[in-house]
Design a protein around this ligand. Structure first.
Ligand SMILES: [Zn+2]
Ligand SMILES: [Zn+2]
Length: 376
């Protein structure tokens, strides 16, 4: 494939630097969105649809075949940038320290290139809000069904890995499912001298904590399951009062969605049993839900073919990532994959205060996106 025009890449590098200066946290990416909409409308004829918190641009091929979608994220993180690029963040306490500014610039470059050279299917360029909180993908995923999209691709830069190397899971789980669980017991307050008159949540809570190991090792699981205690709270430093209300917060993860359901059922049974034992009322609620990100072998193979054709270094990742990713909302009902691009071994970790996306990856990623879109 031809190199992308250098003037376009320089424009996209400047676009990244502008966005980098004015980072916005999850759910508040209005200026970032507007900047990208302006850039794409000034540089392409693509149809742009502003969806409020997010937007997409589409290349319409006029062909009645399923479309293809590429996702970039709009949000920055609430961390003060300590590096000193010329385009350093001007917003105190907020920085583009996950490289989403680079993802946006690469996707914008690919949009301009596809507009110029065409494709045999509709190509959607999705700029999604709130990736860091897991809120955005859930809202944007509707687009896949509305537009009969057949394939969906996500990508992320990856520090600590060889520069311009592509990494991908071949098939199955790429990222575990995860969920937050909040278990609350309703206690009854009483003087510390008369514990028999009260209801103390510390007892059922501590019993449940001792079950965590059992929950992680049920015979019925088909894959790896991990439940972690992230918080426990009952009573306080008031020595005349017995603890009453209390809560236990867990994060649960699983390699397979079915196991998540089994784990949840088992936790529910044990909570009910323990609540009965101590005659206490309880409540269970859930938050921060991420489904399994399951990648399609067909899409991973397309990426492999593209990398071989473009002479790009390519590796399959052996094990899924225990950390979850919001991309699972897209791959739940649509074939897709997510690939990682090495930032180089000396690049600071994602979310570290001196991280900065390597500009050299903008044309590299844009070329890959264009090649994938033209592959079919
Ligand atoms: Zn990120
Ligand atoms: Zn991040």
């Amino acid at each position: 494939m031809d190199e992308i025009d250098e003037r376009l890449i320089n424009k996209c590098i400047n676009l990244r630097h502008d966005i980098h200066k004015y980072p916005e946290i999850s759910g508040c990416e209005t200026e970032t969105k507007n900047r990208l909409i302006s850039f794409i409308s000034e540089n392409t004829h693509l149809k742009i649809q502003d969806m409020g918190k997010w937007f997409y641009a589409v290349y319409e091929s006029g062909k009645k075949v399923p479309g293809i979608l590429f996702r970039a994220e709009l949000d920055a993180v609430a961390i003060q940038e300590t590096g000193s690029p010329q385009y350093k963040s001007l917003v105190p306490g907020v920085g583009h320290l996950c490289g989403h500014d680079g993802h946006q610039a690469a996707l914008a470059a690919a949009a301009v290139e596809i507009d110029r050279t065409g494709a045999n299917q509709d190509v959607y360029f999705l700029f999604q809000h709130a990736e860091e909180t897991g809120e955005g993908a859930r809202e944007c995923a509707e687009l896949l069904e509305d537009k009969s999209i057949g394939q969906v691709y996500g990508f992320h830069n990856q520090p600590g890995c060889e520069y311009k190397t592509v990494m991908i899971r071949k098939e199955g789980t790429a990222h575990y499912a995860s969920k937050g669980i909040i278990i609350q017991f309703k206690g009854r307050a009483t003087h510390a001298a008369t514990p028999e008159k009260g209801l103390n949540s510390a007892f059922p809570l501590s019993e449940l904590v001792t079950r965590v190991n059992d929950w992680n090792n049920l015979d019925s699981y088909i894959g790896d399951v991990l439940c972690t205690v992230v918080g426990i709270n009952a009573g306080g430093r008031i020595f005349g009062m017995q603890a009453s209300d209390g809560e236990l917060c867990l994060t649960v993860r699983s390699c397979f969605q079915e196991d998540m359901n089994k784990l949840q059922e088992r936790i529910m049974e044990d909570v009910k049993f323990t609540a009965d034992k101590y005659s206490m009322e309880f409540n269970i609620s859930y938050c921060d839900e991420f489904p399994v990100t399951e990648v399609s072998e067909v899409c991973s193979k397309i990426l492999e073919d593209v990398c071989k054709k473009e002479n790009v270094k390519f590796n399959y990742i052996e094990n899924p990532d225990r950390a979850s990713d919001d991309f699972g909302w897209y791959t739940m009902n649509t074939a897709g994959t997510v690939f990682y691009i090495g930032d180089g071994t000396t690049c600071p970790e994602l979310h570290s205060s001196n991280f900065d996306f390597p500009d050299g990856l903008i044309s590299f990623i844009a070329k890959l996106i264009v090649a994938i879109a033209k592959h079919t």
